[in-house]
Design a binder for this molecule. Sequence first.
Ligand SMILES: [Mg+2]
Length: 234
Amino acid sequence: MAITVASCNSIVRIDWSAITTVLLDMDGTLLDLRFDNDFWLNQIPKAYARHQGVSVHQAQDYLRPIFQREAGKLNWYCLDFWSATVGFDVAALKRQLSQGIGWRPEAADFLAKLKASHCQVALITNAHPETLRIKLEQVQLAPWFDHIVSSHQFGAPKESQQFWQQLVKTHPFQPTSTLFIDDSEAVLGAADIFGVAHLVTLRQPDSTGPIRSATQFPAIHHFNEIFDGLAHGV
Ligand SMILES: [Mg+2]
């Protein structure tokens, strides 16, 4: 794995003439992860506490080991799994709070530039199809993409090689000329093993969270850092 530790001030340069396909993650990359962090860390424990008649603290104690056990697995992203685990309709709660879903800075501009460029652009997400539907209703993401893929279609999360094998089979792309941007370094690690050549992560997936100074993959804060050479005049 070609892993280097990038310092806070390193500049990421993309040679757009070498890129034919751009793969983009949704939550924490194009959309602010603040919504998801608040939903899972605050809203779900509060709703579970209400539902069970226990304190929020007790609800967090119950949920914490389940979160730890399922992190990085497909269940983690599966609303059906979570509805069965907590005993109420998690998708309905997400829909009720969906006004909190929003863009990361510069993400919409970046998508407009990509649309005007020579690149094929695909959204690839671990989000459950129902979560994806709720987010696409709230934010105008869909028009910018040639393809939208949820890993649930393949029964394997982006962290697994099965996901990448299925993706290249169903939506052919050349890994050596593909740029993939994702806030999850575990996911980028899987893409790296698969052979995706250009990998970039985000310094601040959650606008209320810390800025990551050391990352395993080259990192940007905002997308305008990589606009140079992409679809001039847009
Ligand atoms: Mg993400």
